[in-house]
Design a protein around this ligand. Sequence first.
Ligand SMILES: NC(=O)c1ccc[n+]([C@@H]2O[C@H](COP(=O)([O-])OP(=O)(O)OC[C@H]3O[C@@H](n4cnc5c(N)ncnc54)[C@H](O)[C@@H]3O)[C@@H](O)[C@H]2O)c1
Length: 316
Amino acid sequence: MLVLVTGGAGFIGSHLADLLIARGHQVIALDNLITGSEANIAHLRGNAGFSFVRADVTEKITLGKKVDAVFHLASLPSPVDYLEMPIKTMKVGSLGTLNTLGLAKSAGARFLLASTSEVYGNPLVHPQPESYWGNVNPIGPRGVYDESKRFSEALTMAYHRAHGLQTRIARIFNTYGPRMRLNDGRVVPNFVRQALLGEPLTVYDDGSRTRSFCYVSDLVEGLYRLLMSEHVGPVNLGNPCEMTVLEFARAVQAATGSRSEIRFIVPQDARTQDDPLTRQPDITLAQSVLGWQPKVGLAEGLQHTIAWFRQQLSTC
Ligand SMILES: NC(=O)c1ccc[n+]([C@@H]2O[C@H](COP(=O)([O-])OP(=O)(O)OC[C@H]3O[C@@H](n4cnc5c(N)ncnc54)[C@H](O)[C@@H]3O)[C@@H](O)[C@H]2O)c1
């Protein structure tokens, strides 16, 4: 297949490009590099099956080639970015998704939307199955990201119903691994960076919020299987091993061997407004439809991730 990956120079997109190339597909990574980096795909540059297009999905996309599949990952998923660029976040979820769906339709390509567990908002159902409609504040600061993905899902289903487009929707839960940015603002880079620099690990409130962390190699395997499957509706992809943020901070302390203390803080800004209190995927559907479940445990995943951040810190 010739596969387009939007957001292909980002964290997950670049790992997905690696997997696709390894499985013998040709890949066009498209990215405007607003948060992504060419360094993430530098190792693929010499590969005959790989090309990079610098473009913005919110503008008309012309590839000059007919692709067989589209993975639409372009987005601004880090809170640091969507709080700073709220309108760009909504544009990439709306215009960007419209343009990529249009491209898939004209090429007759399969289309996979990278959606998010944030469509469940601060969930009132736990763990979250795909049948749960969510609890999102549309006008809060996080609403720009959450609602852009909810709109993307609705638009994707509209293309499926109106045009018979072969669409897939992945609801991705917290994913971590090498190539995350040091200043990404998400909890994994925050804690690992702080631990490696010997700074206090800043835990919001009392650390009792829960998260479930999926290693990136597991996630991209799930995305690939979903594209190849016949399942149209949304599928949760994430690791169901739930832990509190405080437990996670302790795991990072132990894995880095850091002497950093844990400091509890109450942020006074928009970062934690409407922040979900719990987060755990119900992956029954992914198990039955895709035969997929995560394989990489937290200790192993953290080891690779910490090595990556160590290297980043030594060169900056
Ligand atoms: N990492 C996670 O834990 C997680 C969780 C849920 C959902 N997701 C989804 O997975 C996808 C990838 O996330 P990620 O963590 O790799 O993020 P990322 O920020 O590393 O990658 C996103 C990429 O999209 C690019 N991009 C943004 N706007 C663009 C535009 N207008 N045109 C072209 N490119 C644009 C960025 O430059 C970046 O390279 C996103 O759609 C995100 O919403 C990620």
